[in-house]
Design a protein around this ligand. Structure first.
Ligand SMILES: [Zn+2]
Length: 415
């Protein structure tokens, strides 16, 4: 991993300086909250959030060094808040009932200070945000009426998150498994946090490079192919081989798989018809050459590898929201807080549960309770291991967790 001195956070020499927290007056007016129209549904959501936070609120590590932000209508309406401990945070939340709770990936000497330069940044957690939106456009869920939550879309993001962890963070960048943890975003994706002292010091530029590398958004043939003139107008093309790591290794493996399968229809997308015919006659020879990094086996190596890269980055590039990774002052959802647009808990997920984590079972704020609602239109959902098909306009008793999702999504009213 590349580290840059420039732009790296300054280290403070001060020994454990006292954390300054702005005193939170109980009467502090929040314009955003005051302007919110009171509705029975809004009151219901506020009440449920209050109940949940009475027992479930958890502090992030180094709570006193974090800046907090809160949202009432938007995700973040106020920020630059700081709390010395969980009790202070808890008091604030029960007073103002925010719908969204976020904290800084950075740790500061003075997290509440403004402007940002006065906070004195000490380090920033490395975080990747996967919400998978672009690839999910292919999912047909938008066409199927009544979908409230798409498990197929979440599955795509989960696969990306697992690849990110295993192929990139652990295998390629050398982070330890124990340094990485994940949470559900509370909506459509996952956040991957890395707790590593060295990573805390990465500059914004180094983080940007990491995010771009993982998504392969700026990779092309020039990153993978070396051309050498070995005789007049005769070139040698060296590319990824059987020992390559990272993206090079990925490309080599994918091309080899294609040659092994002799999949003519797939191959035609990247190589000429004549090449494909030659390969299918003697695949072992071509595979051996490819293992040695000889991409000159293709008649047009540059265009072959470029087409291949373009295709593969769509398939195996990880869609990350790069700005979450490189913005050193970013606020990120507090683990185990409730996402105000869904009522789901932004659950911290144990490694062994990650492959089967299902928000409609594992990210629910309440163990029991029923609530009667009237959906605006038809709703179909698998929830708490049950199939629901709710009719629009009809009073229906549903689990309170589901009522919360429906009301947060503004897809129904209280009966
Ligand atoms: Zn979907």
């Amino acid at each position: 991993m590349e580290e840059e001195k420039q732009g790296a956070p300054e280290k403070s020499n001060a020994a454990t300086p006292e954390t300054k927290t702005e005193p939170v007056a109980a009467t502090e007016p929040f314009q955003q909250n005051a302007e919110m129209q009171k509705t029975p549904e809004g009151d219901f959501i506020d009440e449920k959030l209050r109940l949940y936070y009475e027992i479930n609120l958890e502090a992030p590590n180094k709570i006193a060094r974090r800046e907090f932000g809160f949202g009432f209508q938007k995700k973040i309406d106020i920020r630059h808040k700081a709390f010395a401990n969980l009790q202070e945070l808890s008091r604030f939340i029960s007073t103002y009932s925010p719908r969204f709770i976020s904290y800084s990936s950075a740790i500061y000497n003075f997290p509440a200070a403004r402007p940002i330069e006065r906070k004195e940044r000490l380090g920033v957690e490395l975080i990747f945000d996967l919400d998978g939106s672009p690839r999910n456009e292919k999912c047909g869920h938008k066409k199927s009426a009544g979908t409230l939550f798409c498990k197929k879309c979440l599955e795509n993001v989960r696969q990306d998150a697992i690849t990110l962890k295993e192929d990139f963070l652990i295998s390629e960048f050398g982070f330890k498994k124990e340094e990485i943890w994940q949470k559900f975003s509370g909506s459509k994706g996952f956040h991957i946090h890395i707790q590593n002292e060295k990573a805390m010091e990465l500059s914004s530029n180094a983080r940007r490079e990491l995010a771009f590398y993982i998504s392969a958004s700026e990779l092309g043939a020039q990153n993978f192919l070396k051309r050498e003139e070995i005789a007049k107008r005769k070139f040698k093309y060296s590319g990824p081989d059987s020992t390559s790591k990272g993206w090079k290794g990925r490309l080599h493996r994918e091309m080899k798989r294609l040659l092994l399968a002799s999949d003519f229809s797939q191959m035609k997308r990247f190589i000429s018809k004549r090449d494909a015919e030659n390969i299918s006659k003697n695949p072992v020879h071509y595979i051996n050459e490819l293992d040695n990094g000889n991409w000159g086996i293709f008649s047009k190596p540059e265009s072959t590898i470029q087409k291949f890269v373009d295709r593969k980055k769509k398939e195996i590039g990880i869609e990350v929201d790069a700005s979450v990774t490189f913005d050193l002052h970013r606020l990120i959802r507090l683990e185990n807080s409730i996402h105000g647009d869904t009522g789901f808990v932004a659950k911290k997920i144990e490694d062994n549960l990650f492959p089967e984590f299902d928000p409609t079972i594992h990210a629910l704020p309440f163990k029991k309770g029923e609530t009667t609602i009237i959906p605006n239109d038809e709703i179909k959902i698998e929830f708490q291991n049950q199939s629901f098909r709710l009719e629009g306009g009809k009073r229906t008793e549903v689990p309170t967790n589901l009522a919360l999702l429906i009301l947060c999504k503004k897809r129904g009213k209280l009966a």
